[in-house]
Design a protein around this ligand. Structure first.
Ligand SMILES: [Cu+2]
Length: 452
């Protein structure tokens, strides 16, 4: 029987049912159904009703691939194909992905399972899937030409292996890899522990770090870009449209972050300290864990960290490289801070009356500006909070810790109301005269007795 439990999932930001397509029924009789997702909304997977208990992962703006049981083997069907992915409202990218989306659906199984994964290639060129971090037979490793012949367009290959260890793994092509990964082909592979008492959590979030270089007004990523990407994404999604991480106070929370970009990302979460509990190599023993507030996710690696959600609030979670929390920005813009543009502005306005000088006092005005943008792009810095513009983009979201959130409820609870006395406020009393040292050579902190 086809296991439909995941098909009932309702998203945090609206429900989109998994639909299915048939792929040449005569030729592919006996293949598991290839589920298809047409929405970028987070799909919540219900808890398992048979087998070992585990908390299903929540892939932000993603979904878990349904499977069926066939004589004790868990069967999945991935379809590599061109997809249209909404990176944010107002911006769609033409990517390559799996089963209708980039990133591909999350595969979830349990330690000890045997899995059989059918991979149908609907791309215009050959592909493979490498199962990053999984311990498996050499011929199942998915390196085109090395492990097995690459899968030609229109063909289906079968991968089959035992899941001998639990943890967080990834999948991606290992054939024309540079192009296919730049086009968005990647996903996560979660193996839950067979023992439900091994490091259980109440909430388990999943973020795949990826990146695209898409010129404003265009749809297809520039595949030759190596470092100057202009869209830094989580699960092929950018702020302000990455879903929040909704948590009930007191929950034990795990966040698993994989990095298949070409640079490292220090993921910083406010309000908490936490410890790395797992890498794509396996679980970190408790004696080897140390506290952090930013965790660097190396290229081609995964880090999972855990914390207990004791602190109520809206807590930013973001990459600490400040260029990675911007959208669609150019890197060749000159710096104008401190430049007097009055004369220049007067001259330009004589033939272009609506000209606006920008950047002379920083770039914060970009966060509120309503500039005319080309089709199919998003502002560089954007997003509104309860107290004004957030001035972020790219790899940014919010951890929302509240009281009274029901188990498995991930609906956005809105903005946090700071209790009285717990919010920074304006000083409205007298301001003292500021003493400044005028000597340009000695602009150091003045001694208490020095006079300007
Ligand atoms: Cu980053």
């Amino acid at each position: 029987m086809f296991n439909r439990r995941q098909l009932l999932g309702a998203g945090a930001a609206g429900a989109a049912l998994v639909s299915s397509r048939s792929w040449g029924q005569t030729a592919n009789m006996g293949l598991p159904e290839a589920a298809f997702m047409d929405s970028a909304a987070t799909q919540i997977t219900p808890r398992p009703t048979s087998g070992p208990d585990y908390t299903p992962v929540v892939t932000l703006n993603g979904w878990t691939l349904p499977h069926r049981m066939n004589n004790g083997v868990k069967e999945f069907h991935l379809v590599a194909e061109p997809v249209e992915r909404e990176l944010a409202e107002g911006m769609v990218a033409h990517l390559w992905g799996y089963n209708g989306q980039s990133t591909g659906p999350t595969i979830e199984a349990v330690e000890g399972d045997r899995v059989r994964i059918f991979v149908t290639n609907k791309l215009p060129e050959h592909t493979t899937i490498h199962w990053h971090g999984l311990i498996l037979p050499s011929g199942m490793d998915g390196v085109g030409g090395l492990s097995h012949p690459a899968i030609p367009p229109g063909k289906t290959y079968v991968y089959e292996f035992d899941l001998i260890k639990s943890g967080t793994f990834m999948y991606h092509p290992h054939a024309d890899e540079m192009v296919q990964m730049a086009m968005g082909m990647m996903g996560m592979f979660i193996v839950h522990p067979k023992d439900p008492t091994f490091r259980p959590v109440d909430r388990d979030f999943l973020i795949m770090l990826n990146a695209f270089d898409i010129d404003p007004g265009t749809y297809v990523p520039r595949i030759m870009t190596m470092t100057d990407f202009n869209l830094w994404t989580w699960n092929s999604r950018i702020f302000p449209d990455i879903d929040p991480l909704v948590v009930n106070k007191g929950d034990r929370v795990r966040v698993r972050v994989g990095n298949l970009t070409m640079t490292n990302h220090p993921i910083h979460m406010h309000g908490y300290d936490f410890k790395v509990t797992c890498t794509d190599g396996g679980w970190v023993p408790e004696s080897a864990q140390w506290p952090e507030v930013s965790i660097d996710i190396p290229v081609g690696a995964m880090r999972a960290y855990e914390f207990t959600a004791d602190h109520l609030g809206d807590w930013a979670i973001h990459c600490h490289k400040s260029h990675h929390t911007m959208n669609a920005m150019g890197h060749d813009v000159p710096t104008f801070i401190g430049v007097n543009k009055a004369e220049l502005t007067r001259k330009i306005r004589s033939f272009q009356p609506e000209y606006m000088p920008m950047g002379t006092a920083g770039m914060a005005d970009m966060g509120t500006m309503e500039m005319e943008l080309p089709d199919n792009t998003v502002p560089m810095m954007t997003g509104w909070g309860p107290h004004g513009p957030i001035e972020m983009g790219g790899m940014f979201s919010v951890v929302k810790v509240r009281e009274g959130i029901a188990p498995d409820d991930y609906a956005d609870p809105g903005w946090y109301q700071n209790p009285p006395g717990e919010q920074a406020y304006e000083w409205t009393g007298e301001l003292p005269e500021f003493t400044r040292v005028n000597d340009a050579r000695t602009r150091l902190t003045p001694k208490p007795d020095s006079k300007g």
